[in-house]
Design a protein around this ligand. Structure first.
Ligand code: TXA
Ligand code: MG
Length: 320
């Protein structure tokens, strides 16, 4: 039996299969099987009030899952699917409450990864899949990272290499008159606005107060996000008790940071947003394994193309 055939068999019998997408690996279960959905929440230790995204093979399947689908949804689907975009729409009446956390809406997307598409076509139904990590941990972008997160809690891990995008999909809410971005991703507001023919902004519901917002995407090591100047200052004033520290930097000027001690290590990410995003989670995972007391991250540029990265760094650096 091929891996895909085995995966379909597992999904049909209510089991869980981790699979690659272009964003991050997903922990998949049959979106119409209540036991499978509950098993996903349990495997991730995810509270039931966080709804799951359903993955589809074809845009025509949208109407089986959503109702009152606005023209904007079809336009975005046409422009960006398969791809790193999730649409939140009004759900069909038959959708399981446990899947949508009792909400009247459902998140849907077609992922752009050959193995995910092959699996979805062979399964011939919706696959519910959150990122394949423990709740609040860093999302996995390799099969090895999935194994680290979910070993023994998933029936099969499909290995499709590393994820091309590396950050979770952009989520757009089209369930009300005013389209809103619920989660920034590598599909930017400008790209969406170009297709929608109107500006689109982030939802303002998320409280952006450091220390009070939801911890997410976080290493276990204490992680701090600092401007270049604050990072340089921190390194100068380090005490022996602070060591060792691992610094994640990207800028050219970071080569001049005052590294006075072998217990201060510098880790570099590329200065282009797409390449930085691709490497970010795997690098954070690696840094988390260094037994450092602190991970210090150099703040990235303010430009829109870095929005999703800033969002994830902000959440990763929250104190627990
Ligand atoms: O790129 C991705 O979106 C990945 C891959 C596997 O597709 N999936 C992913 O799923 O990031 P997850 O569960 O880790 O994050 C989904 C987010 C959650 O924050 C959830 O609250 C939100 O989507 N969400 C899902 N359904 C929603 C809905 N109906 N309304 C509002 N937010 C929703
Ligand atoms: Mg997640």
């Amino acid at each position: 039996m091929t891996n895909i055939a085995q995966a379909v068999k597992i999904l049909k019998s209510g089991g869980l299969v981790a699979f690659p997408t272009e964003t991050v690996y997903g922990l998949g279960g049959d979106a119409q099987n209540e036991q499978a959905i509950r098993a996903i929440f349990q495997a991730k230790k995810r509270p039931y009030q966080h709804p799951l995204i359903v993955h589809l093979a074809q845009a025509e399947q949208l109407s089986q899952w959503a109702r009152d689908i606005p023209a904007a949804a079809w336009r975005l689907a046409e422009a960006f699917w398969p791809g790193p975009l999730t649409l939140v729409l009004k759900k069909q009446a038959h959708i399981l409450d446990v899947l949508t956390a009792g909400q009247e809406t459902i998140g849907l997307r077609i992922p752009n990864h050959p193995m995910a598409l092959e699996l979805l076509q062979a399964f011939n139904g919706g696959i519910a899949a959150p990122s394949a990590n423990q709740f609040t941990h860093i999302s996995p972008t390799t099969a090895a990272a999935v194994a680290e997160e979910l070993s023994g809690r998933v029936d099969l891990i499909l290995d499709g290499g590393d994820c091309a995008v590396g950050l979770e999909s952009t989520i757009v809410d089209l369930s009300t008159d005013q389209p809103k971005i619920l989660r920034p991703g590598m599909i930017t507001p400008a790209m969406l606005a170009g297709v929608l023919g109107q500006p689109i902004t982030h939802a303002t519901t998320e409280v952006r107060v450091p220390g009070q917002h939801l911890v997410h995407y976080a290493p276990a090591t204490a992680t701090t996000l600092l401007s270049y100047a604050a990072l340089a200052d921190f390194l100068v004033h380090l005490t022996p008790e602070d060591l060792p520290v691992a610094c994640l930097v990207y800028s050219e000027k970071a080569a001049q940071l005052p590294i006075a001690n072998e217990d201060i290590t510098l880790w570099w990410l590329p200065a282009q947003a797409a390449l930085y995003a691709h490497d970010l989670y795997d690098t954070l995972r690696l840094l988390d394994h260094q037994q450092a007391k602190h991970i210090l991250i150099e703040q990235v540029p303010d430009d829109a193309e870095w929005d999703a990265i800033r969002d994830r760094l902000f959440k990763a650096s929250t104190k627990r």
